[in-house]
Design a binder for this molecule. Structure first.
Ligand code: NCD
Length: 298
């Protein structure tokens, strides 16, 4: 695999499991190595990021590689002067062996890949996809619950705009025996393009509290306010807090790609089922495994 653009590319279950094994190995041994010595990663971020950029950069450094970084490329790169994405990518590929790209436009990573001789990793393209987030989400589910098959996994919130949901739902397609429960207000339902090829049983509802007793994974995400105008829904219609958490199944886990805004109350953080900070930490190991697979010697 050269470019990583969509979670749909990870359709081979064995390869996915192999990637997770490598990640688990990095995690269990707190690995530092020089596997990517001499390689340079460019992180080109046209949108804010905390976890994704830092974990990719930390992953590269832990593998002995180096990084060059534009954390605010919209303001501090030649795009500000009117340069096209394609031109910027063509230039940066001359300086780096791989580009991790985050951009506000859906399809930007695909456009970059079309002109790039080096691997492009999609770190979020507008309201499109965020495939590496889905990898760490599924890794976390397997690690915490020991399997994905047979689980009931609820995706809750702004399913129309949330790119992490778009990628995760596709990756769950690799485990057709898990049940997907899609919970969103009617106007923020998931676009069909992300679910049409799935073989999983799927339920769709706008009810939140009712689903809580019968799920194994509760995956929440904030309303993606910056992606739409004139909305009636500006704060999360679904909130996990002291009032709603008593309904949640006793052995369920709670995930959120973060940043958490108003969809999960800080009061939930001390609940043993809250795994969102563990999830963010797992991103480091999964991104190490991914970088090694994309950039390492075969
Ligand atoms: C997500 C994103 O950027 O899409 N953040 C992340 O990478 N963990 C989720 C979000 O912004 O809501």
């Amino acid at each position: 695999m050269k470019h990583v653009i969509s979670a749909g590319q990870f359709s081979n279950r064995e390869e996915l499991e192999k990637l997770f094994e490598v990640a688990a190995n990095f995690q269990n041994n707190d690995t530092r190595s020089d596997a990517l010595k001499g390689k340079i990663l460019a992180s080109l971020f046209f949108e804010p990021s905390t976890r994704t950029r830092f974990s990719f950069e930390s992953a590269m450094l832990r593998l002995g590689g180096q990084i060059i970084s534009a954390e605010n490329a919209l303001d501090y790169s030649s795009v500000k002067k009117g340069e096209t994405l394609e031109d910027s990518i063509r230039v940066v590929t001359g300086y780096a062996d791989c580009i991790v790209l985050r951009h506000p436009e859906k399809g930007a990573a695909q456009r970059a890949a079309q002109v790039s001789p080096v691997p492009i990793i999609n770190a979020g393209d507008g309201s499109g996809e965020h495939p590496t987030q889905a990898l760490l989400d599924v890794y976390t589910i397997e690690k915490e619950l020991g399997r994905v098959d047979g689980l009931r996994i609820a995706l809750v919130g702004d399913l129309l705009h949330s790119r992490t949901m778009h990628s995760l739902v596709q990756l769950l397609g690799v485990y057709p025996a898990c049940r997907i429960v899609l919970v969103s207000p009617n106007e923020l339902r998931i676009p069909e393009e992300y679910t049409t090829s799935l073989k999983n049983p799927i339920d769709e509802t706008s009810e939140f509290t009712l689903i809580l007793p019968n799920i194994d994974v509760l995956y929440m995400n904030r309303i993606q306010k910056e992606r739409f105008e004139n909305t009636q829904v500006s704060s999360s219609p679904y909130v996990l807090d002291a009032k709603t958490i008593p309904y949640l199944a006793k052995d369920a886990i709670i995930l959120d790609p973060l940043p958490r805004v108003d969809e999960i109350s800080p009061a939930v953080d001390s609940d043993p089922r809250a795994k969102y900070f563990t999830q963010a930490q797992n991103g480091l190991y999964v991104r190490m495994a991914l970088l090694q697979s994309v950039l390492g010697r075969a």
